[in-house]
Design a protein around this ligand. Structure first.
Ligand code: TRP
Length: 453
């Protein structure tokens, strides 16, 4: 009973291409850069387990909800919501989900491109052999010197943004399909090479314990809020990115199993990245809680000590850059598709305008690591910390909660039933319970607890 069975922006040529595209969106800096450093800052074990619970009980149902809504509407999130509220006589206020997603997308893309620029820089740093045999101190000071130079950061940010705009301008489907087919599997292989190395270091046991030993004392309301924000971020949820991609999914694909595969792959990469990084931290006397630079110090250090490390290290950062670009593309898709639909504008022109706006906001993040390091917005936060916190820990969970509520209670049973293939009544009950109660309530409880905790 879909509004339409095709999207004007094109369609994934099979269910597997959607899996790859959504996994390409999900797997990115969130897994390899963010997850280890946030886990490190928040005490490890307890954080990791709460995060895994958030992925399972909040992330999975919301991802299903996004795909379902997207495929039902077959347009950009804003226009999809518009069409659905009209068709089913719901309040137009639900369309705010789409608008908030677009705003969150600008904010996330603005700093995402800055950090991805660091990965680009490290391609050359590794290739030059400068990290070969480097000590922990050298690796740390290389990174700190780089951060201290706003022009360097600006240069790499600009390059990455230009690359994103270039791909996005050609269309997600065309731009993505070939790239993802090759790079995702390669990234997995390299990550497991790194993991293999980490197992041989004397820090492995300590790294393992750090990630999996549950310790109640380190848990606070904030820990849970951050873990939940990370679950949303890493699965690309809450802002309509997966909803936008869902619009291009063939009607025959099963949503439940597809989503489970995507979330599974994403979680695997995050856990593997953590298990590769923390042993290196402990073996070299580094700090697990050192913040955003964690991966940029530990990974070059590890490759610097391996045979053929310069080669593998270069390749690793190439792959991280690709993982990041396949994510960046998805962050811009909701806004892009909306503008193309609404103004009948050319994709390429819209892509450039979006890129420029986000690039300008990103300069604030560039400066957060040097000239504006002491400029604080609301409490102790730098510009980067602030944008990151508001988008990841507030906007995404809020958006995700509304998406879940709409999918569970806003859409008629017949629509949901045909989208999810729910023939048996008990499956429908489970769905209502998870997507309509557990997931949104989970988000609400965490919000309230943090406000008062
Ligand atoms: N999930 C990606 C990562 O982990 C980032 C990302 C892509 C994203 N699309 C998103 C985050 C939409 C939030 C919302 O790197």
């Amino acid at each position: 009973m879909a509004v339409s069975t095709e999207s004007r922006h094109g369609m994934w040529s099979s269910r597997w291409l959607f899996v790859l595209a959504a996994a390409g969106s999900a797997v990115g800096l969130g897994n390899i850069w963010k997850f280890p450093y946030i886990a490190g800052e928040n005490g490890g074990g307890a954080f990791v387990l709460i995060y895994l619970a958030c992925v399972a009980f909040v992330g999975l149902p919301i991802m299903m909800a996004e795909v379902l809504i997207g495929r039902e509407g077959r347009q950009s999130p804003i226009n999809t919501m518009r069409a659905l509220v009209q068709q089913h006589h719901r309040s137009p206020a639900w369309v705010l989900i789409g608008w908030m997603g677009v705003l969150a997308g600008f904010l996330i893309l603005s700093y995402y491109t800055v950090i991805a620029g660091w990965a680009l820089y490290y391609i050359f740093e590794m290739a030059s052999g400068a990290m070969t045999g480097a000590s922990g101190d050298v690796a740390a000071s290389t990174f700190n010197d780089f951060l201290a130079d706003p022009w360097q950061l600006l240069f790499w940010q600009t390059l990455f943004m230009a690359g994103t705009v270039f791909i996005v301008a050609r269309g997600v489907i065309k731009g993505l399909e070939t790239a993802i087919r090759w790079f995702m599997p390669l990234l997995f292989v390299l990550l497991f090479v790194l993991l293999g190395y980490a197992v041989t270091t004397e820090g492995f046991q300590q790294g393992w314990d750090f990630m999996f030993a549950f310790n109640w004392e380190t848990v606070s309301g904030d820990t849970v809020l951050i873990a939940m924000g990370q679950a949303f971020f890493t699965l690309s949820l809450g802002m309509g990115a997966i909803m936008a991609y869902g619009a291009y999914v063939p009607s025959s694909a099963s949503i439940g199993s597809t989503v489970a595969i995507i979330a599974g792959l994403d979680t695997l990469v995050a856990v593997a990245a953590g298990l590769a990084i923390f042993p290196i931290v402990f073996a070299n006397g580094l700090e697990p809680g050192q913040g955003p630079g964690l991966m940029f110090v530990t990974i070059p250090l590890a490759f610097g000590q391996m045979p053929l490390g310069a080669l593998f290290g270069t390749l690793f950062f190439v792959l991280v850059s690709f993982a990041a670009i396949t994510s960046a593309i998805s962050i811009s898709e909701p806004a892009l598709a909306y503008l193309v639909e609404t103004y009948n504008a050319k994709r390429s022109r819209v892509a450039i305008s979006l890129g420029v706006i986000s690039w300008i906001i990103g300069i604030g993040t560039v400066l957060s690591f040097n000239l504006w390091a002491d400029v604080h917005i609301v409490g102790e936060r730098t510009f980067f910390d602030f944008v990151d916190h508001v988008s990841q820990n507030i906007m995404l969970p809020l958006g995700g909660m509304l998406i879940a509520l709409f999918a569970a209670w806003g859409l008629p049973k017949t629509v949901v039933g045909s989208q999810l293939g729910l023939q048996k009544p008990w499956v429908n009950v489970v769905w209502k319970l998870l997507c309509g109660v557990v997931a949104p309530l989970g988000v609400a409880v965490v919000f309230v607890a943090t406000l008062f905790g």
